[in-house]
Design a protein around this ligand. Structure first.
Ligand code: SIN
Ligand code: MN
Length: 263
C-alpha cells in the first residue's frame, strides 16, 4: 500500500497522519483476541499502572504472539513506512498501550525521540511510530493529542519524569509546549477501532486520563532505519529490540490467515 501525494503532504505538514479504518472489523477482531491473550500473561514486559496495577503497556509483542508478529510486518504499515523514510527498517518496539476505563492514567506531553536518543543512543529522529486503534477512541476515553506541525521544532528541551508515569519518560518543558501551541492547533486522534496513525519522532503528543467507562487500547509499532540503530543497548530487549533484520512486508490478508495450532 502506498500513501497518496496528498497523504504524504499532510504527514509532512502536520507531523501525523490519521488513516480511518485502515484495518477491517474482521482484522480488529483477530487483533483484540491476541491482545486479550498477551494482557493476561504474567510477563515482565507487561508494565502496570502505578495506582490500579492493571497492565498499562504490554511490550515485546511481535516476539510474544504470532498475530503481532504479522501485524508488525503488515504491508499497510511497512510499505508506507518504507515510502516515507526511503530506508531499510528494523522493529525497534511493538506494544499495546491500554487506558483502562475510569482509572487509565496520563501520558505527559513528550516527543518520542528524546527517550530513544538519551536512553538507547539512537542518533537521529528518523524512526516512525505506527498505531492501530483497538477500541473505538472518542474525546472521552483518552485519545492522543498532537500539536500540529510541532515536529518542525526538532528535538525539544525535555525533563526526565519518573514520578507521574509508570515508566520514566522524557517530557517536554511546558514553556516549549506553549511555544508549539502558539504555532499549531491540537489534533485529537479519534476514530473507530481499526483506524491507524503514522507519526514521527519529534511531533509533540500526550494523552489525558480516562475517566470514561470505555477502555481504550492502541497497538504501537516503532520502525527505525537500520542505519540509525541504537548505539547504547542498555534497556531491556522488549523495550528496544536488537534484531536489525530489515522488515519485509507479508501479504495483505496475513492477519486473516489461519494461525498454527499452539502445541
Ligand atoms: C498513549 O498511549 O496514550 C501514549 C502513547 C505514546 O506516547 O505513543
Ligand atoms: Mn509517545
Amino acid at each position: 500500500m502506498r500513501l497518496t501525494p496528498a497523504q504524504l503532504r499532510q504527514f509532512n505538514e502536520d507531523g501525523v497522519l490519521i488513516l480511518p479504518n485502515l484495518f477491517s472489523d474482521a482484522e480488529v477482531e483477530v487483533l483484540r483476541a491476541a491482545m486479550n491473550r498477551v494482557l493476561t500473561q504474567d510477563n515482565p514486559a507487561n508494565i502496570r499502572e502505578k495506582k490500579s496495577e492493571v497492565v498499562r503497556t504490554a511490550m515485546g509483542l511481535h516476539v510474544r504472539d504470532e498475530v503481532f508478529a504479522r501485524l508488525s510486518r503488515h504491508p499497510r504499515f511497512v510499505e508506507p513506512a518504507r515510502q516515507i523514510t526511503g530506508q531499510n527498517l528494523y522493529i525497534q518496539q511493538s506494544k499495546i498501550n491500554v487506558k483502562e476505563a475510569f482509572t487509565g492514567e496520563v501520558w505527559q506531553w513528550h516527543q518520542d525521540f528524546p527517550t530513544h536518543h538519551r536512553d538507547d543512543g539512537v542518533p537521529r529522529p528518523e524512526a516512525l511510530n505506527l498505531h492501530v486503534l483497538l477500541d473505538d477512541v472518542n474525546e472521552f476515553n483518552g485519545p492522543l493529542y498532537f500539536i500540529r506541525g510541532s515536529h518542525r521544532f526538532g528535538p525539544a528541551a525535555s525533563i526526565y519524569d519518573t514520578t507521574t508515569t509508570s515508566h520514566p519518560l522524557w517530557v517536554i518543558d511546558p514553556g516549549v509546549v506553549r511555544q508549539m501551541t502558539d504555532k499549531g492547533d491540537l489534533i485529537s486522534a479519534k476514530g473507530k477501532a481499526g483506524t491507524a496513525l503514522i507519526f514521527g519522532e519529534c511531533v509533540a503528543h500526550c494523552s489525558p486520563p480516562n475517566l470514561s467507562p470505555w477502555t481504550r487500547a492502541i497497538f504501537s509499532l516503532i520502525l527505525n532505519p537500520v542505519a540509525n540503530r541504537f548505539t547504547n543497548p542498555k534497556r531491556p530487549e522488549y523495550i528496544h529490540h536488537r534484531d536489525l533484520t530489515p522488515v519485509t512486508p507479508l501479504h495483505d490478508g496475513c492477519l486473516l490467515d489461519e494461525l498454527e495450532p499452539v502445541a
